[in-house]
Design a protein around this ligand. Structure first.
Ligand SMILES: [Zn+2]
Length: 76
Protein backbone atom coordinates (compact mmCIF):
# COMPACT_ATOMS: atom_id res chain seq x y z
CA UNK A 1 0.00 0.00 0.00
CA UNK A 2 1.31 3.44 -0.87
CA UNK A 3 2.05 5.46 2.23
CA UNK A 4 2.95 9.18 2.34
CA UNK A 5 6.61 9.71 3.18
CA UNK A 6 6.07 12.78 5.35
CA UNK A 7 3.21 14.17 7.42
CA UNK A 8 1.42 17.02 5.63
CA UNK A 9 1.77 20.11 7.82
CA UNK A 10 -1.22 22.25 8.87
CA UNK A 11 0.21 25.12 6.84
CA UNK A 12 0.51 23.06 3.65
CA UNK A 13 -3.00 21.62 4.04
CA UNK A 14 -4.53 25.03 4.73
CA UNK A 15 -2.66 26.67 1.84
CA UNK A 16 -3.95 23.96 -0.52
CA UNK A 17 -7.51 24.31 0.78
CA UNK A 18 -7.50 28.11 0.52
CA UNK A 19 -6.28 27.89 -3.08
CA UNK A 20 -9.02 25.35 -3.85
CA UNK A 21 -11.73 27.54 -2.28
CA UNK A 22 -10.52 30.59 -4.17
CA UNK A 23 -10.66 28.63 -7.43
CA UNK A 24 -14.22 27.48 -6.70
CA UNK A 25 -15.49 30.99 -5.90
CA UNK A 26 -13.95 32.43 -9.07
CA UNK A 27 -15.63 29.63 -11.04
CA UNK A 28 -19.02 30.60 -9.59
CA UNK A 29 -18.45 34.33 -10.19
CA UNK A 30 -17.44 33.64 -13.80
CA UNK A 31 -20.66 31.66 -14.36
CA UNK A 32 -22.82 34.72 -13.63
CA UNK A 33 -23.58 36.28 -17.01
CA UNK A 34 -24.06 40.03 -16.81
CA UNK A 35 -25.35 41.83 -19.88
CA UNK A 36 -26.19 45.48 -20.55
CA UNK A 37 -29.92 46.35 -20.54
CA UNK A 38 -31.07 47.54 -23.96
CA UNK A 39 -33.51 50.01 -22.41
CA UNK A 40 -31.55 51.73 -19.61
CA UNK A 41 -28.00 50.43 -20.07
CA UNK A 42 -27.72 49.04 -16.54
CA UNK A 43 -26.03 45.72 -15.93
CA UNK A 44 -28.53 42.88 -15.54
CA UNK A 45 -28.54 39.09 -15.40
CA UNK A 46 -28.89 37.42 -18.81
CA UNK A 47 -32.45 36.18 -19.52
CA UNK A 48 -33.81 38.09 -16.52
CA UNK A 49 -36.03 41.16 -16.15
CA UNK A 50 -33.96 44.33 -15.65
CA UNK A 51 -34.03 45.29 -11.98
CA UNK A 52 -33.45 48.97 -12.78
CA UNK A 53 -36.26 49.60 -15.29
CA UNK A 54 -38.37 46.40 -15.40
CA UNK A 55 -37.89 45.76 -19.12
CA UNK A 56 -37.52 42.34 -20.73
CA UNK A 57 -37.16 41.67 -24.47
CA UNK A 58 -38.07 45.28 -25.31
CA UNK A 59 -41.29 45.26 -23.29
CA UNK A 60 -42.23 46.77 -19.92
CA UNK A 61 -42.84 43.68 -17.80
CA UNK A 62 -42.61 45.06 -14.27
CA UNK A 63 -43.93 48.55 -13.55
CA UNK A 64 -41.11 50.09 -11.51
CA UNK A 65 -42.97 53.40 -10.89
CA UNK A 66 -45.87 51.55 -9.21
CA UNK A 67 -43.43 49.53 -7.08
CA UNK A 68 -41.78 52.72 -5.82
CA UNK A 69 -45.23 54.20 -4.98
CA UNK A 70 -46.21 51.14 -2.94
CA UNK A 71 -42.95 51.29 -0.99
CA UNK A 72 -43.40 54.97 -0.18
CA UNK A 73 -47.06 54.49 0.87
CA UNK A 74 -46.11 51.64 3.22
CA UNK A 75 -43.45 53.79 4.85
CA UNK A 76 -45.78 56.86 5.20
ZN1 LIG B 1 -33.03 48.35 -17.71
Amino acid sequence: MAVPKKKTSKSRTRTRHSAYRKKQTTKIVKKIQLVVCTNCGAQKLNHHVCKACGFYNGKQVVDKSKELDSITTVKA
